[in-house]
Design a protein around this ligand. Structure first.
Ligand code: AHM
Ligand code: MG
Length: 343
């Protein structure tokens, strides 16, 4: 076979792969969608590609460290999470499907650039999750959650918090991007969970993880055990049980990375409340609820220790929430130990 023919075979191989665009088209046909979601998913995928590129180049472009510092050319350097916030606000805002947005990086919700009367959705996102890992080249991610708009007062004020203060089970879609050894885009529109991997040679997401299912049981627990002394006695007992049972501990400290492993291998991720953080650390709207939606769509479960995370109604956009998420039976056991301690 000539060298040329080899190249052809490689190209054919790529050409037969099932891309995100194929998947979106097929889903639209199967579920008779309006096309709004196709545009939304394409916008998110574009944002993920841009941020992924920024993450890959961060060390070279001096985007690590604090915002407000200057690079060698004397230009102001944007911190990677500020950069990611701007990328997602821009690409999602111009899709026209969102009236407003909430970002972990901004105190208040803000109007989407092309948002108007016909925009039917709102989106909340954590543009770059795992801040403590940014400067040390460890996998980080982005998380997003979409709700159908419930407000109708666009002409009065497009910024209506009620659009966000909805229980997680009303999400119409949720997902995350993982900037790891490769960049992944994992999401659900309520019909199971699908995972795509970015092929950087062609700039396309390829379907690599169709119909993701979290095992019902697992042998990995994932938490910042340095906080154990402040935890509820039921959570302490659970972790003791895990150790006695010969399980493994894994903790990256980036929620997306720890959740992604849990989704694939099974296990449980825990971020409980403690004496110093009575509501836990993670944010309900753009961290806990979207991952809970994915966990349930994959056959797993998410709890705040007592209730299903998807039934919690946020009182404010940046509300925190304890999180126990992963394999169904493990989360159920943890809830049981918490309940036993309260009898
Ligand atoms: P961030 O949004 O500031 O990055 O904080 C969220 C992160 C999660 O990614 C991670 O699971 C958790 O905080 C780690 O917290 P800790 O350092 O307390 O273990
Ligand atoms: Mg975060």
């Amino acid at each position: 076979m000539s060298e040329n023919a080899n190249e052809m075979t490689g190209a054919e191989g790529v050409a037969t792969q099932f891309t995100l665009a194929d998947f979106i088209r097929e889903q639209q046909e199967v579920y008779k969608g309006s096309g709004a979601f196709s545009s939304v998913l394409h916008s998110i995928a574009l944002g993920v590609k841009i941020v992924s590129q920024g993450v890959n180049r961060a060390g070279l472009a001096s985007m690590l460290g604090l915002a407000g510092s200057e690079n060698v050319q004397g230009e102001e350097v944007k911190q990677l999470d500020v950069y990611s916030d701007e990328v997602f606000s821009h690409v999602l805002g111009r899709s026209g499907e969102f009236i407003s947005m909430v970002s972990e990086e901004r105190e208040n919700m803000f109007q989407a650039r092309a948002g108007g009367k016909r925009s039917r959705y709102v989106i909340a996102f954590d543009p770059l999750d795992g801040s403590s890992n940014i400067d040390v080249n460890v996998a980080i991610g982005s998380i997003w959650s979409i709700y159908r708009r419930v407000s109708d007062g666009w002409q009065v004020d497009p910024l209506d918090t009620s659009d966000y203060l909805q229980p997680g089970y009303l999400q119409v879609a949720a997902g995350y991007a993982l900037y790891g050894l490769s960049t992944m885009f994992v999401f659900s529109t309520g019909h199971g969970v699908s995972g795509f991997t970015l092929d950087p040679s062609i700039g396309e997401f390829i379907l690599t993880h169709p119909d993701m299912v979290v095992p019902q049981d697992g042998n990995i627990y994932s938490c910042n055990e340095a906080n154990v002394r402040g935890w509820h006695r039921g959570v302490q007992r659970y972790v003791e049980e895990m150790k006695e049972g010969g399980n493994s501990a894994r903790y990256v400290g980036s929620l997306v990375s720890d959740f992604h492993r849990t989704l694939i291998k099974g296990g449980i991720y825990l971020y409980p409340s403690d004496s110093r953080k009575p509501q836990g650390k993670l944010r309900l709207l753009y961290e806990c609820a979207p991952l809970a939606f994915l966990a349930e769509q994959a056959g797993g479960r998410a709890s705040d220790g007592k209730q299903n995370v998807l039934s919690l109604v946020p009182q404010s956009i940046h509300q925190r929430c304890p999180l126990f998420i992963g394999s169904k039976n493990m989360v159920a056991r943890l809830e049981q130990l918490i309940a036993d301690e309260e009898k």
